[in-house]
Design a protein around this ligand. Structure first.
Ligand code: AMP
Length: 418
């Protein structure tokens, strides 16, 4: 027997409806905030992610699904969306078409992480990217947008953490000082940090194994005046929208093209994998991927975790009865009666009524049980008797009342329930 591959899963109702609801909210707010949707490919050249996400990141070093296609090209299933969106932005010369380009995507991502609750090898992200705007307002806008999506979805318990990681100018001297400290404590570092302490020392600050001891010895980080001013305006703008946040100096994105604002939103109900959204400014990435120097900022939210958080905060109530829905029950029905019922069901569906049915060969008891489970308010009972009199027995499954009606009366009753 085949089983879903480790780290992947099937998603059923009522979770599926919540995925659809969240995606609809994201699309609605995207339109309201001026973002156009982009569909990105499921796989790209592996080199795009190596360059765009960073050679020394866990994603690229350990988690990417890389494969060679029949043309001996090195490809990778997308582990995240930003690199693809930037690739598309550059490839399609979008900077020439629109000064301020705003794109969003809804896409599944693939990372070979160790699976656990809230951490999957295939998961869904909704991501938003703004190109061409260097100002703090764009940062504040994307953070506020992420927050609005969560609020509209019904999450109430959220934490927003904010930090600025400065620009290459203020990071340069810091990087050197940090490298010296790391070299002194090299024997205490994990293997990954030993390897990256020169290539990418900032990554050691958010290493799951070493961050605590590294931070205890790391020099204090001083933002330059311009970065300080940028950070203050972002904070003031968030305050103007009533958003509360904590400044978290431990929040870093240890890649050179990230600049200034970084943020994360987490949900305390989720346990260890509590981050539901992460993002920030990446002013160096477009250029790094071959485009003109273009400031950019964005975020990605993890749909699976957001849905889980919603279920944990508020377990779903049993769904209300479907008013405009009926379950077709065949009661001792010969072929002609089945055709009659089948035709009526089709006409009802064309009027917007939901009609469910099982197999006409099931027992009445089984059909009634299925009708009860379906959530439909009515059962449409049809047998040879009803067929010969051109009638239908309509049973209200809520109060068990029933009436014998003509098909036209059924149409009127169900298409516009009182
Ligand atoms: P990242 O692209 O790593 O910044 O992740 C953005 C968001 O995607 C996170 O805040 C999570 O909500 C979600 N996410 C990342 N990795 C996973 C995963 N393996 N399984 C489920 N959700 C994830």
């Amino acid at each position: 027997m085949f089983q879903a591959v480790r780290g992947t899963r099937d998603i059923f109702s009522p979770l599926v409806e919540e995925y659809v609801r969240l995606e609809a909210i994201a699309r609605r707010l995207a339109a309201q905030w001026g973002f156009g949707e982009i569909r990105i490919p499921t796989f790209e050249e592996a080199g795009l992610f190596k360059r765009g996400v960073g050679e020394t990141t866990d994603i690229v070093e350990k988690e990417m699904y890389v494969f060679e296609d029949r043309g001996e090209r090195q490809l990778a299933l997308r582990p995240e969306g930003t690199a693809s969106v930037v690739r598309s932005y550059v490839e399609n010369n979008m900077h020439q078409k629109e000064k301020n380009c705003r794109l969003f995507y809804v896409a599944n991502m693939f990372r070979a992480e160790r699976p656990q609750a809230g951490r999957y090898r295939e998961f869904e992200q909704v991501g938003f990217e703004v190109f061409g705007d260097p100002g703090p307002l764009a940062d504040a806008e994307i953070i506020t947008l992420a927050w609005e999506i969560f609020k509209s979805f019904g999450l109430s318990d959220l934490r927003l953490s904010l930090n600025s990681i400065g620009c290459p100018e203020c990071r340069g001297p810091y990087r050197e000082k940090l490298e010296t400290v790391l070299a002194q404590m090299i024997s205490q570092l994990c293997e990954d940090c030993q390897n990256r302490h020169q290539k990418n020392p900032l990554r050691c600050l958010d290493c799951k194994k070493c961050s605590e001891k590294v931070r205890a010895q790391a020099p204090a980080f001083q933002l330059c005046a311009a970065c300080q001013a940028h950070a203050r305006i972002v904070e003031d703008l968030l305050g103007a929208c009533g958003l509360t946040f904590v400044n978290d100096p431990s929040l870093v994105r240890g890649l050179d093209y990230y600049t200034r604002t970084v943020f994360e939103i987490s949900s305390p109900v989720l346990g260890s994998q509590s981050a539901v959204c992460g993002g920030g400014r990446y002013d160096g990435l477009v250029e790094l991927l071959g485009g003109p120097a273009t400031p950019a900022t964005g975020f990605a939210l993890g749909v699976d975790r957001v849905v889980e958080a919603r279920f944990k905060e508020k377990p779903p109530a049993s769904p209300p009865l479907k008013e405009q829905a009926a379950f077709l029950v065949f009661v001792k029905a010969g072929p002609k009666a089945v055709e009659y019922g089948f035709g009526l069901a089709q006409r009802l569906r064309q009027k917007g009524v939901s009609v469910f049915c099982s197999s006409a060969t099931d027992s009445i008891k089984s059909q009634m049980r299925q009708a009860g489970k379906s959530g439909a308010k009515y059962a449409l009972m049809i047998g040879d008797d009803e067929f010969s009199k051109k009638q239908v027995l309509l049973k209200n499954l809520q109060d068990s009342s029933q009436a014998t009606l003509s098909p036209e009366e059924v149409m009127t009753r169900l298409a516009s329930p009182c």
